[in-house]
Design a protein around this ligand. Structure first.
Ligand code: PLP
Length: 425
């Protein structure tokens, strides 16, 4: 008979993932040397390859100074182009539809400049009530920018009373009833709090059929679940690279604009010298000549030292492949769910993430019935070396990331929760 811990170890031997490619922090508490890292939904771990790659870029600057723009091993002028194809593969887009630039919320604003164009009775922006605060602030400020009252221009879709997650049908019903007033539907592909994966193709189709523009915040979806943004006819999307894409804190973000919007001169955009065709960049003209690609949304020359880690990470995703990652993700998260079912059965803990694997990525969110989420995560860390993250007042998120998390990490989560949260019976 195996103990549950031995069982987890056996699963790891059979399904090892790619942990060896990552640097796992040492544990400050508990009996294991490394942390059980379940916070990749917040900040992914550092790939081993990142340091060398970053140092090589720094070295090119030391050796070449300004000549590095053209002569570095990876020349800086077209550096962002190295990221385009792998980023496009990751989100199911065409290269012309994808670019890596700026940060997520900045990109959402730049995209709303083009795609939130309130007119007549079609003035509203629809988000989910549990949207990440940055998105809420962004859309409210966009409404104000257009001279609208954010309290009426922004609609927040809530789950049904007593439910934690939004039903696709409720979004579709809202669109059927009020779609004619919606200028922009902007939802999270995977909700940051509950881990719910929205039905992106169905909602996109309904939103567009209702005459709205449909954009997605894919912060918690990119690198977590397979995406087909082009085929799903999504209008635009943006994502960050510091969570599942393991590109470091504040890493550069990604943008998708569907090909039907590219090269449109009547679409408002903010511009700078990186918005113009690369070949015209040094013509020093007064008027830009934007390319018919999403690169027209670029503004500034990009920070090269921030691009390297994204490139390294995207190479990793390319070599492993999202299909294989999703398969391992389903196994790992299913295993964690089974363990959590046992621990939560007699404790004031409830998993609020949908049980249907098709409606979630790797994250499972647990609502705690007593005490503070911050306090619980502190105890998990200091007493057991388990790194999760808290969303006050009462949600703790655990994300077994298929690239580097292990079954043993999942076992440690359940073991630590059992030891930390008192059973009720
Ligand atoms: C869903 C979502 N949107 C937006 C943001 C904000 O991202 P940034 O600070 O990179 O603009 C986050 C950050 O965690 C997020 O989870």
């Amino acid at each position: 008979m195996h103990t549950p811990e031995e069982d987890a170890r056996a699963r790891d031997a059979a399904d090892p993932g790619h942990r060896h490619l990552f640097l796992v922090p040492p544990a400050e508490g508990g009996r294991h040397p490394e942390v059980a890292y379940l916070a990749g939904n917040s900040l992914g771990l550092q790939p081993r390859a990142t340091r060398e790659e970053l140092l090589a870029d720094l070295d090119a600057w030391r050796r070449l100074g300004v000549e590095g723009h053209l002569e570095a091993e990876r020349p800086w002028l077209p550096y962002h182009e190295l990221l385009t194809a792998p980023a496009a593969r990751l989100v199911g887009a065409r290269p012309a539809e994808t670019v890596v630039m700026n940060s997520l919320t900045v990109n959402l604003h730049l995209l709303m400049v083009s795609f939130y164009r309130p007119a007549g009775e079609r003035t509203r922006i629809v988000i989910e009530d549990s949207a990440f605060p940055s998105d809420s602030y962004a859309v409210r400020s966009q409404a104000r920018f257009h001279g609208l009252d954010p309290d009426t221009a922004v609609v927040r879709l809530r789950p049904r009373p007593g439910e934690d997650t939004l039903r696709t049908q409720d979004v579709l019903d809202f669109l059927a009833a009020e779609g004619h007033t919606v200028a922009l539907l902007l939802l999270g592909g995977v909700n940051y709090l509950t881990g719910e994966l929205m039905d992106i193709p169905a909602i996109t189709a309904a939103g567009r059929a209702a005459g709205a523009v449909v954009g997605w915040d894919l912060a918690h979806a990119a690198g977590n679940v397979p995406l087909s943004l082009h085929d799903w006819d999504v209008d635009f999307a943006a994502w960050c690279s510091y969570k599942y894409l393991n590109s470091g804190p504040g890493a550069l973000a990604g943008v998708f604009v569907h090909e039907r919007h590219l090269g449109k001169e009547d679409l408002p955009r903010f511009e700078g010298w990186w918005s113009t065709e690369a070949a015209t960049r040094f013509e020093m003209t007064a008027v830009s000549r934007p390319p018919a690609t999403v690169e027209a949304w670029q503004i500034s020359n990009p920070p090269i030292f921030a691009m390297g880690p994204v490139r390294t990470s995207l190479e990793l995703f390319d070599s492993v492949g999202m299909t294989a990652l999703r398969e391992r993700s389903l196994r790992l998260t299913g295993y964690l769910e089974t363990l959590l079912d046992e621990v939560t059965a007699d404790r004031p803990l409830t998993v609020i993430t949908p049980r249907d694997p098709e409606r979630r990525g790797c994250q499972l969110s647990v609502r705690i019935g007593a005490g503070s989420a911050n306090e619980l995560t502190k105890r998990l860390r200091h007493e057991h070396g388990v790194i999760a993250d808290a969303r006050e007042p009462d949600v703790v998120r655990f994300a077994p990331v298929p690239l580097y998390s292990t079954y043993h990490d999942c076992w440690r989560v359940a073991d630590a929760l059992a030891a930390t949260v008192e059973a009720t019976s």
